[in-house]
Design a protein around this ligand. Structure first.
Ligand code: SAM
Ligand code: SF4
Length: 329
């Protein structure tokens, strides 16, 4: 098992398939993009499947989420999903995507065995989308969302990051829209993970603020707060339910004590936390012919060093040098 020194066990693996993206969300990367990882450094589909197999079959991983960068840019994605769902014991397999291309791929991904999808959508206004993501792709995202719903992925979850004076007036309309469409909305507090280091505490719209805005229009009652387990979202029934909304207070309501995640970057590094400043290289030994036992041992050691919390409130906090898009959100 992947147990750390505080007794937490990692069972949820986030795999970044690429650091590249076709959007430039302000809270994630600069408009000009980043220096992408050279292709030779990216794990191949076979290498990804080998490491995921070790995670699932030897190390107790029960949930695999493919992310990025933008995972739909990786054309082997359906193949990778199909080769993940046949592992034993079968893990839950999900995807976090900006939705561009999902209209075309949703059916193929379901056929491959994908269980769930999270689509990021921060605004219902085309101009705000362009301002926030620096690309005019709003319609593609909306089409991707409805395709996911049509092919039967349930629940379709929507991830929203609110930014002050940009889209923070849209909390209520976004929830209304998701309720109408049958999507489950989750707001995520903006974290200091953007490549350009533009995060500020004042710019962050907090979980408290989000809940206050929503409560002005909806009756929110705590849902499974007692049984939140390792789930980062605090979920609330909207107007008595069954519809729900989630709020992920990564910064102001940290859930590090119950964290069950571990991450594999697109270039084969294990990160035991989004905010880790150290990584453990699996790619070099893998390419040098290491056995599954050796790779598993390195992975176990990497998780054992996980720190108690992200420490954003600590004066000595250092933003990791890798931005979110290269870690795998
Ligand atoms: N490109 C895909 C997408 O946007 O869904 C997957 C990768 S993206 C890094 C994963 C999630 O991280 C998205 O929901 C995005 O909104 C969120 N995210 C990115 N940067 C963030 C930040 N600085 N703070 C909070 N969430 C962030
Ligand atoms: Fe791309 Fe996702 Fe980052 Fe937006 S949040 S720039 S869609 S990786």
């Amino acid at each position: 098992m992947l147990r750390d020194s505080f007794g937490r066990v990692a069972t949820d693996l986030r795999v970044s398939l690429t650091d590249k993206c076709n959007l430039r969300c302000t809270y994630c990367m600069p408009p000009e993009g980043l220096d992408w990882l050279p292709n030779a450094q990216l794990l191949t589909a076979d290498e990804i499947v080998r490491l995921v197999t070790i995670g699932v079959e030897r190390l107790g991983i029960t949930e695999v989420r493919y992310t990025g960068g933008e995972p739909l840019l990786r054309r082997e994605l359906p193949d990778i999903v199909a080769r993940t769902v046949v592992l034993a014991p079968r893990p839950q397999v999900s995807l976090t995507t900006n939705g561009i291309g999902l209209a075309r791929l949703a059916g193929v991904l379901v056929e491959a065995g994908l269980d769930r999808v999270n689509v990021s959508l921060d605004t219902l206004d085309r101009d705000t989308f362009k301002r926030l993501a620096h690309r005019d792709r709003f319609d593609d995202v909306i089409a991707g969302l409805s395709a996911a719903h049509e092919v039967g992925l349930r629940p379709v979850k929507v991830n929203t990051v609110l930014m002050r004076d940009i889209n923070d007036h849209e909390a209520v309309p976004l929830l209304r829209y998701c309720l109408e469409q049958g999507y489950e909305l989750r707001f995520i507090e903006q974290m200091p993970l953007d490549a350009q280091h533009g995060w500020s505490r004042e710019g962050m719209v907090t979980a408290d603020e989000i809940l206050a805005m929503l409560s002005a229009s909806f009756d929110l009652t705590a849902d499974d707060l007692e049984d939140r387990g390792s789930a980062p979202a605090e979920r609330f029934l909207v107007d008595g339910g069954p519809a729900r909304v989630g709020v992920i207070g990564s910064v102001t309501r940290p859930f590090c004590g119950a964290c069950d995640r571990v991450r594999l970057t697109a270039d084969g590094q294990i990160r035991n936390c989004l905010f880790a400043t150290e990584e453990s290289d699996l790619k070099t030994p893998l390419r040098a012919g290491a056995s599954d036992e050796e790779l598993a041992a390195r992975w176990i050691a990497a998780v054992s060093r996980k720190r108690a919390g992200h420490g954003i409130d600590d004066p000595s906090f250092l933003q990791p040098s890798r931005p979110m898009s290269a870690i795998g959100g």
